[in-house]
Design a protein around this ligand. Structure first.
Ligand code: N01
Length: 531
């Protein structure tokens, strides 16, 4: 059979999510022949795949919007302060159409591998369907949370009922009417799906390993007047996000927890608790994430809030986190999550007390017996950050695979490149952030770098190994001071059995990170080798 011709591209972007779409826009605007390949049947990335019931934003919708086009900002109306997945998917489709990106996006196209041709300074790319391309640059806009994690529970493939992972939810609605449903996992996803499915199914059993500190989302509709105000203030919103550590709209109170008298402190906690979104995390006292004693005071406040909402004190105690700090794991934001456990059709199984033994054709067996199920939902999270990259066969200089290169854990200079893999960029790996804010910053850095290389006549850009080591040491030294490492967590890979544990996120905040990137670029891409 004749092989299809090799597609010649300047820059191949893998992924048509928030970052990939904007990356394509930036590159094409600068005259770079760029294309996106995406495995999905539509654009949207995370917001394409995670269409499970209850999927919703936890950043304020207007702070999550793309900021690059005033026209887009003025045209688009958000219906709620934290919109659901369908509206976000519509928004991203609107962006793809408005900026005429679609002709440059190849959907249903999963990249199998890419090998660097050192003579030609080109990546040879192959898709699972056998399509081939040659690209000077490959940009992995593969998302932070894309590769699904299914735990290796004995009998996991034997279940005879319907089974879903939340990150690969089908397009057709699932009918839960009268069915016995089981959900494994109580992270941000589990909390959303549990709350919604409980209302629709016959009986729900939640299998919980580690309870989280969940906090009220406090969503509300956005009327016309409010939307007009938002539109008039977008500039201030984005400026504000740039100043905060994680690119959200919430700024910490500069005081330290213990310098505030107890009564005033309690009133402050109550006040931020009543506010929408992450005000109760990022709007907290400035030492929340660095002082254990301070953090413990807030943990106690939140534990009280949980106990107040759950009628059965035994169930409430199971839902109260005791083994980690507030914010050590991403805080799930919820609407009526704890009240869900007051419903007659919901049961909670603490799998630390009553461990999962196996999955059988009829359901899930814990030590105490079989829980018979018609539907089993895995809300078990992601092989974050690198999972989608290491599932491809990527080979750099000398044929070294990315898996060999990262055997001790992921390492990237500025979260963007790793030595030995020239002209290969990673995105979304540098910062823990209000996603679109960081995605825009990263995509702009990468497209500016590619244009700089083109204009200056360089063929290759590669992280310098020493600069990369120094960056990682610097990033880790900042993160070491923060209370984020006391339990298994997707942020450092410790949620995946056998995955090397390494925190790659930069702990210095959004503003400092983008200032460093600007400085690196201004100095002719300091720390990168251009040849
Ligand atoms: O994944 P997770 P997620 N047996 O890794 C459990 C973003 N997000 O999809 O904690 C039993 O947090 C695991 O238990 P444990 C957000 O950034 C945003 O929920 O490891 N349980 C945990 O409970 C979030 O942080 C939104 O003990 C097992 C759960 O599965 C990130 O995505 C919405 C198990 C996994 O939780 C990931 O969230 C949703 C086992 N063998 C997600 N293995 C917004 O609101 C795993 N678990 C925008």
């Amino acid at each position: 059979m004749a092989q299809t011709p090799v597609e010649e591209i300047d820059a191949l972007v893998i992924g048509a999510g928030i970052t990939g779409l904007y990356q394509l826009y930036c590159l094409r605007r600068q005259g770079v022949n760029a294309r996106i390949y995406d495995a999905a049947g539509g654009v949207g990335g995370t917001w394409y795949w995670n269409r499970y019931p209850g999927a919703r934003l936890d950043s304020e919708s207007w702070s999550y919007a793309y900021s690059f086009s005033d026209e887009l900002l003025q045209e688009w109306d958000w219906s709620e302060s934290f919109v659901g997945q369908p509206e976000l998917e519509r928004y991203l489709n609107y962006v793809a159409d408005k900026f005429e990106l679609r002709p440059h996006i190849r959907l249903n196209t999963r990249v199998k591998g890419a090998a660097f041709d050192e003579q030609a300074n080109r990546w040879r790319v192959e898709t699972e369907a056998g399509h081939r391309a040659r690209a000077r640059f490959v940009i992995c806009a593969t998302g932070l949370l894309s590769a699904k994690h299914v735990p290796d529970i004995p009998g996991v493939d034997t279940f005879a009922g319907e089974s879903f992972h939340t990150a690969r939810w089908p397009r057709e609605p699932v009918d839960f009417g009268g069915k016995r449903v089981g959900v494994i996992g109580v992270g941000s996803t589990g909390v959303q799906v549990i709350t919604e499915v409980a209302k629709q199914c016959g009986h729900l059993t939640v299998f919980q390993r580690t309870p989280n500190y969940c906090a009220p989302l406090r969503n509300s509709p956005i009327g016309r007047e409010w939307m007009e105000q938002i539109k008039a203030n977008y500039h201030e919103v984005f400026e504000g996000c740039r100043r905060t550590i994680s690119g959200f709209i919430h700024e910490p109170d500069p005081r330290r927890t213990l310098e505030v008298p107890p009564e005033e402190r309690e009133a402050f906690y109550e006040d931020i608790w009543q506010k929408p979104g992450f005000a109760k995390w990022f709007g907290n006292f400035s030492d929340l994430m660095i002082d254990r004693e301070a953090n413990e005071l807030y943990c106690e406040f939140v534990r009280r809030k949980i106990r107040e909402r759950v009628k059965d004190p035994e169930v409430a105690e199971k839902l109260v986190p005791k083994d980690h700090h507030f914010g050590a794991k991403r805080i799930p934001l919820e609407t009526d999550y704890y009240e869900t456990y007051n419903r007659d059709n919901v049961a909670l199984v603490d799998v630390r007390e009553d461990p999962i033994q196996r999955i059988t054709p009829r359901g899930l067996e814990t030590r105490s017996g079989l829980h018979e199920l018609d539907v089993l939902i895995f809300a078990t999270g992601f092989d974050a950050l690198t999972g989608e990259v290491t599932r491809m066969d990527i080979r750099g200089v000398g044929g070294q695979t990315i898996q060999e290169h990262w055997a001790d854990g992921p390492s990237m200079y500025l979260g963007l490149q790793t030595a030995g893999f020239p002209n290969l960029f990673f995105e979304n790996g540098g910062l823990f952030c209000n996603f679109t804010r960081c995605a825009e910053a990263t995509a702009e850095f990468v497209s500016d770098a590619i244009v700089y290389l083109r204009d200056q006549g360089f063929e290759r850009m590669e992280a310098d190994a020493q600069a990369e080591r120094e960056w990682i040491e610097h990033a880790q030294s900042l993160s070491a001071k923060r209370l984020i490492s006391d339990v298994p967590n997707w942020a450092d890979g410790s949620n995946i059995p056998g995955k090397p544990v390494a925190l790659a996120f930069y702990g210095g905040g959004f503003k400092r990170y983008t200032d460093i990137c600007d400085d690196v670029a201004a100095q002719g891409y300091r720390g990168f080798r251009l040849t």
